[in-house]
Design a protein around this ligand. Structure first.
Ligand SMILES: *Cc1c(COP(=O)(O)O)cnc(C)c1O
Length: 490
């Protein structure tokens, strides 16, 4: 069994990891654009041509093959011309920790499978809860913000059901969750998974810039109660995935307190503010939430996955507990994280954040987040001053929304260009930007999470955007064709 990591293979492990990291390091040294630009047909052929049955080729050869297949055609988040989604370059100490947790293969479900790992995770949860402002908070690491939001809403559902005299099925049908149109799609998806009614998520009016209007929330809560609904949770977003704006958490907490409703703050994106030396105040009021989602794999520069659900009252977590004789029997005095998690077998992702905090200290992480927020503000100014571009709204974090308007293009033509421009850039592999829809109109989106990206780097992306738009708008038949293709791929 020379292919398993055991005592006799320690030396093989050492050389295989050295060889593997040499491939990866080589790519970091030589990669010149965020994506190779290979077509989907080419990539499909490369993938289909790999032989998955038959004799193995050995570890070294297999690793060499992924250098040519995967690393050659990966999408590189560390590249300055990657500016599409909420993906970050990763902190080096976290990458080192990732190799450790994979090798040890700890599962943080029961104490007897993880021991010190469980204690380290719990210490980090206490650290993060303290940063939120929970005096005696708790929580658990999760696979991502989607799971953290689902978990929070499960706990909120159980709290709402426990607080009503109505029988469970009838109460379930009346539960309502309040969020804005800008909240993450995992809120609606969670409502479905939690068996809530189709109209359970009530959309609260925004303030015109993508933030929840707290007065509109207060009104919506009163109306819902008057019509026999059971308000289960309010989801405030700190910051929103598209605009990067932060709901007024303090004022929202006032409305929640008045109606006795669970406040969940989805800070999947904005959690980096918890360690920001200059912008912690943007999260004022978050300590009044009953639960908070944080995605360390977004604004703490952690490798996927690393996220957590944090709760103000540790006993709230008990609503999700389940017991099995073989795992975590009821009579047990060991700290089993499986008691407070939706998962059973679970990665020791906490190790990465632990090593990062020890290596860099929280201020350094927060400064990196501050740096990308500063960059987004400068890019916003630049776009606002450019007659060929139109800035759409202002962010509080690090997204930039805009449209491109080549000479002669009216609003409809500008809208039509969005998908085509994104596609042209993606197919070239030279720069990656995202697209979304704001107030019913398509626009391009940059998400800046690389503190080493300069304004000059972004200027080059904007030039490519303008060139692509001019070409698309100028050559009508190709324009139509590119647009048709873009719609198919959207
Ligand atoms: C990214 C995001 C999520 C989902 O997080 P995943 O880690 O992708 O599951 C939830 N909420 C907001 C506001 C986000 O930006």
């Amino acid at each position: 069994m020379l292919d398993l990591l055991t005592r006799p293979t320690a030396d093989t492990y050492r050389s295989l990891i050295a060889q593997t990291s040499a491939h990866v390091a080589g790519r970091f040294e030589t990669t010149t654009q965020p994506f190779s630009g290979a077509s989907r047909a080419e990539l499909q052929k490369l993938v289909d041509d790999a032989r998955l049955d038959g004799e193995g080729v050995g570890s070294e050869q297999a690793v060499r093959e992924i250098d040519e297949l995967f690393l050659e055609h990966a999408v590189w988040f560390h590249h300055p011309a990657y500016a599409a989604h909420l993906n970050c370059p990763v902190a080096l100490p976290a990458v080192a920790a990732e190799t450790v947790l994979a090798a040890v293969n700890t599962s943080v479900d029961t104490y007897d499978q993880s021991a010190v790992g469980t204690l380290m995770e719990r210490r980090l949860i206490a650290w993060a809860a303290d940063r939120v402002g929970f005096a005696d908070g708790s929580g658990v690491f999760t696979s991502g913000g989607t799971q953290s939001n689902l978990h929070a809403l499960l706990l909120a559902r159980e709290a709402a059901l426990a607080a009503t005299a109505l029988p469970r099925p009838r109460a379930l049908a009346r539960l309502a969750v309040f969020a804005t149109a800008s909240s993450h799609f995992s809120v609606g998806k969670s409502a479905l998974l939690l068996g809530l009614s189709d109209d359970a998520v009530i959309e609260v009016q925004g303030d015109g810039e993508g933030r929840m209007d707290a007065a509109a929330l207060a009104l919506a809560l009163r109306e819902a109660a008057a019509s026999g609904r059971l308000p289960m949770a309010v989801v405030a977003t700190a910051g929103t995935t598209d605009r990067g704006v932060i709901d007024p958490v303090d004022a929202i907490a006032d409305a929640c307190d008045e109606h006795g409703v669970w406040l969940h703050v989805d800070a999947a994106y904005g959690c980096g503010l918890l360690v920001s030396p200059r912008r912690r105040h943007l999260l004022t009021g978050v300590e009044r939430a009953r639960s908070v989602t944080v995605d360390f794999h977004k604004s703490f520069f952690q490798p996927v996955s690393s996220s957590a659900l944090l709760v103000r009252r540790p006993r709230d977590l008990a609503a999700g507990a389940w017991h099995a004789d073989y795992l975590n029997p009821l009579e047990n005095d060991e700290p089993n994280q499986v008691d407070v998690s939706l998962q059973t077998t679970r990665r020791f992702d906490a190790l990465k954040l632990w090593v990062t905090l020890r290596a860099l200290g929280p201020d350094r992480i927060g400064e990196m987040f501050d740096t990308v927020i500063d960059l987004a503000a400068s890019v916003g100014d630049e776009i606002a001053a450019d007659p060929e571009l139109e800035l759409v709204g202002r962010t509080q974090l690090s997204t930039v929304l805009f449209r491109v308007r080549p000479a002669g293009a009216d609003a409809a033509a500008q809208d039509a260009l969005v998908a085509g421009v994104r596609r042209v850039l993606f197919e070239s592999g030279r720069a990656l930007v995202a697209k979304t829809v704001i107030d019913g109109r398509p626009c391009l989106k940059l998400t800046l999470l690389n503190p080493q990206t300069s304004l000059g780097d972004i200027r080059r992306i904007l030039e490519m955007v303008k060139d692509a738009a001019t070409t698309l708008a100028g050559i009508a038949p190709e324009f139509d064709e590119a647009l048709a293709g873009a719609e198919v791929s959207a």
